[in-house]
Ligand binder design. Structure first.
Ligand code: SF4
Ligand code: FES
Length: 247
């Protein structure tokens, strides 16, 4: 907790909380040990609030707790009310129609009594449209993919559904996908219809990344982080005593 920020207070399911101004409702619930189901949320990525699974009731409203920063005291939030239960069951029904075999979804669907609606389930492709992959790509420093198209045809792809030229083959998208849906190969590194060379550490032979990925990160040494660290501490040890300037 950042002790320089003002605090806000409120209750979640009748339990009082105190968190820093701007903390999300999801995080506030976590401080009380209250679990809220999430899907599009990833703690390392900016919130998007698009799957609506983490809905919480306050007053007569439902809000996505992962994307709701608490900016005022006095809020009363309910994470497991009948309204919340009903809303989550509906969200799960929609999500199931996109990914009917997803184990995590099936487990939640059982808990909430939700079933896929056959009228919505023609040709499910397993993608939840959660955009975690898109946000992971942006957070890594590229804008190679996006959710494009409309309605049922909306899907994650490169511009004009072509192999994205901005992709550096870092696999951030594939690693962040909650369904493990993004097809990629390691040797050779293939993703989104593009193939990349792999840089191996000249000392230990471990894969360091693709040349494009290292260039994006501004890394000029092709040593892996472990070998780089070892070289650095060796270089420090070899420095003559006089190199250390004491004030
Ligand atoms: S590919 Fe995976 S991460 Fe991307 S939107 Fe679909 S389910 Fe989400
Ligand atoms: S987890 Fe909050 S909207 Fe998806």
């Amino acid at each position: 907790m950042d002790h320089t920020l003002p605090k806000v207070t409120g209750t979640i399911d009748g339990h009082e909380f105190e968190v820093c101004h701007g903390t999300t409702l999801l995080e506030a619930a976590k401080t009380l040990g209250i679990k809220i189901p999430t899907l599009c949320h990833h703690p390392g990525l900016p919130p998007d609030g698009n799957c609506r699974l983490c809905l919480v009731e306050t007053g007569d409203k439902l809000l996505a707790s992962c994307a709701f920063p608490i900016r005022a005291s006095g809020g009363v939030y309910l994470t497991h009310s009948p309204l919340v239960f009903e809303a989550r069951a509906f969200v799960l029904k929609l999500l199931l129609s996109r990914a009917p075999n997803n184990k995590e979804l099936l487990k939640l669907a059982e808990e909430y009594g939700a079933q896929a609606d056959p009228r919505l389930s023609d040709d499910p492709d397993g993608c939840l449209r959660c955009a975690r992959c898109v946000r992971a790509c942006q957070a890594a420093g590229s804008q190679a993919i996006a959710l494009i198209g409309r309605g049922r045809g909306r899907k994650v792809a490169g511009p004009f559904f072509e192999p994205p030229l901005d992709c550096v083959g870092c696999l951030a998208c594939a690693r962040s996908c909650p369904t493990g849906l993004i097809a990629c190969g390691e040797e050779p590194r293939v993703i989104w219809g593009r193939q990349f060379d792999l840089v191996k550490c000249p000392q230990c032979g471990r894969t360091v990344g693709t040349p494009e990925e290292l260039k994006r990160a501004g890394i000029t040494s092709w040593l892996c982080p472990d070998c780089r660290r070892r070289e650095y501490s060796q270089a420090l040890k070899n420095l003559p005593e006089a190199s250390f300037v004491r004030n």
